[in-house]
Design a protein around this ligand. Structure first.
Ligand SMILES: Nc1nc2c(ncn2[C@@H]2O[C@H](COP(=O)(O)OP(=O)(O)OP(=O)(O)O)[C@@H](O)[C@H]2O)c(=O)[nH]1
Ligand SMILES: [Mg+2]
Length: 471
């Protein structure tokens, strides 16, 4: 990615760039994208027989590429987009090709190879297509950030947050606050203009202090109802602990829905912590950790293993104390702990009754009884604790948004203090109006970063550096 100093210049260029645009990994089809002024000329130099017509639509073509020194004609579907009606706002062609990694690379190389034609494209940098889209006005800052968040998403919650970001909720909050501040600022500035006419007060100090306080409250409510970007990175951790042979690993597999770990009647079969992503209900997710069973360590290594397991259990967001139902034991529960009675298929009437009285979840990994109930209880616990659960409901708040809204809040606080000081001093008008106006203008500037009015180059460079090539 280019350095911030020359970033805008580079991204606003219109030379043709090309890259694989489909995600890595095997798939039936892959996409190669080329965009820029000379796109059609470059492509046509590499097409066999049928040439592209510069008209929006799909054409069937064959592209000449070189694979291991041999010329190969690759069949493709070309999706033609004419400027400005494309993602980048420039002439663009997307080739839909058989999804073989080396074939896709060969097509990009052919488009960028000067030996394949008089004109050639350049290999795109990470995020360069999106950067062009942003600078040509076809992509808003939030849409760009949403793409970046989608690329880095590691869970459904993060993908969902990216979707929410695309709806522009945060921008609307900032725009509403900016509109209100603009109204207050206009009145304060009117006061400055009429300062020689003592009886004219565009807005009284009392009204100004109240107006500023209202905007400040709205901003803090918006911040509180949103999920910080950082918390999306951390999934809640649910750890299974209990005596050896309690059925932890079997429960682990039953919750995951497949045989991920070894289970056996031999005590001590799990020797290390095993972590997997667990799908809960309503799109929630958590990390599920299977741990070695609790036993008296017979040697130094076993002791170390027990310590590590206990440490992992203590650090978990939610602790599942696994106890076979036939064992006479006290259920343990707490804000972070839940008892799970295992092997309910082996229960006699007495142990069933006892477990019922004590509470907790009754499960059988053998016949699946209680597994869905446990999943629901875990989902509810994750929701209650507010761990990421809120992320699906509240819009995501990127670090950039958070600091911009916080700056605006601070500046509004200063403006409110100044207005309040006038009220306390018994003055009708807010003075010195110039200072308050300056603070309101600074708050507007801070909000402008979210609302898209003012976007420093370094913010752009930092944002697009998070993209991958082809996006
Ligand atoms: N009948 C019945 N047997 C079960 C159930 N769950 C586990 N078992 C059996 O209990 C034994 C121990 O199961 P594991 O899942 O390996 O127990 P663990 O708690 O992971 O054991 P360690 O890893 O040694 O601590 C195995 O023989 C399982 O087949 C169950 O729900 N019903
Ligand atoms: Mg085990």
């Amino acid at each position: 990615m280019p350095e911030p100093s020359n970033w805008v210049e580079t991204a606003s260029a219109s030379d043709a760039i090309a890259a694989i645009s489909s995600p890595p990994g095997s798939a039936a089809r892959g996409i190669v994208r080329i965009s820029g002024d000379a796109t059609f000329a470059i492509v046509n130099e590499r097409l066999v027989e049928e040439k592209l017509i510069a008209r929006r639509g799909v054409q069937s073509v064959r592209i000449a590429v070189s694979i291991c020194g041999q010329r190969v004609d690759v069949p493709a579907l070309a999706l033609v987009m004419v400027a400005p009606q494309s993602f980048t706002g420039q002439e663009t062609v997307e080739f839909l090709i058989a999804g073989h990694a080396s074939l896709l690379t060969a097509v990009v190389d052919a488009l960028c190879d000067s030996e394949m034609g008089a004109m050639r494209a350049r290999h795109a940098s990470p995020g360069e297509f999106s950067a062009r889209a942003f600078l040509s006005g076809t992509l808003s800052m939030e849409e760009a950030e949403s793409i970046a968040l989608s690329i880095s998403a590691e869970s459904d919650s993060q993908l969902d947050a990216a979707r929410q970001l695309r709806t522009g909720r945060i921008r609307q909050i900032a725009l509403k606050a900016a509109e209100e501040i603009t109204g207050l600022l206009a009145l304060v500035e009117a006061g400055i203009d009429f300062s020689d006419q003592e009886d004219v007060v565009a807005i009284t100090a009392v009204d100004l202090a109240a107006g500023i306080a209202a905007v400040q409250d709205d901003l803090s409510a918006a911040v509180n109802q949103t999920t910080p970007e950082e918390s999306l990175r951390a999934l809640p951790v649910i750890a299974l602990r209990g005596a050896t042979n309690a059925g932890k690993s079997s429960l682990f597999n039953a919750l995951l829905g497949h045989e991920r770990v070894v289970t056996s009647p031999q005590a001590g079969s799990t020797r290390d912590a095993i972590v997997e992503t667990l799908k809960l209900n309503r799109g929630r997710e958590a990390l599920l950790v299977d741990l070695p069973g609790i036993e008296d360590p017979q040697h130094a290594l076993a002791e170390q293993m027990q310590q590590l397991a206990q440490h992992a259990f203590d650090a978990a967001t939610l602790q599942l104390n696994c106890v076979p139902i036939s064992v006479d034991a006290q259920a343990m529960s707490g804000p972070r702990m839940m008892t799970v009675w295992t092997k309910s298929d082996c229960a006699d009437d007495r142990s069933l009754a006892q477990a019922k009285v004590q509470g907790g979840c009754m499960t059988s990994a053998l016949n699946g009884d209680g597994i869905e109930e446990l999943r629901e209880a875990l989902t509810a616990a994750v929701d209650d604790g507010g761990w990421v659960g809120g992320a699906r409901l509240a819009p995501v708040l990127l670090t950039r948004h958070r600091s911009a809204l916080a700056d605006a809040q601070t500046l509004m606080g200063q403006a409110r203090d100044a207005a309040q000081a006038c009220v306390d001093a018994g003055r009708r008008a807010a003075e010195p109006a110039e200072i308050i106006a300056m603070e309101l203008r600074d708050a507007l500037d801070a909000l402008g970063i979210v609302a898209g009015h003012r976007t420093p180059d370094d913010v752009l460079a930092a944002l697009f550096a998070r993209f991958c090539i082809g996006k």
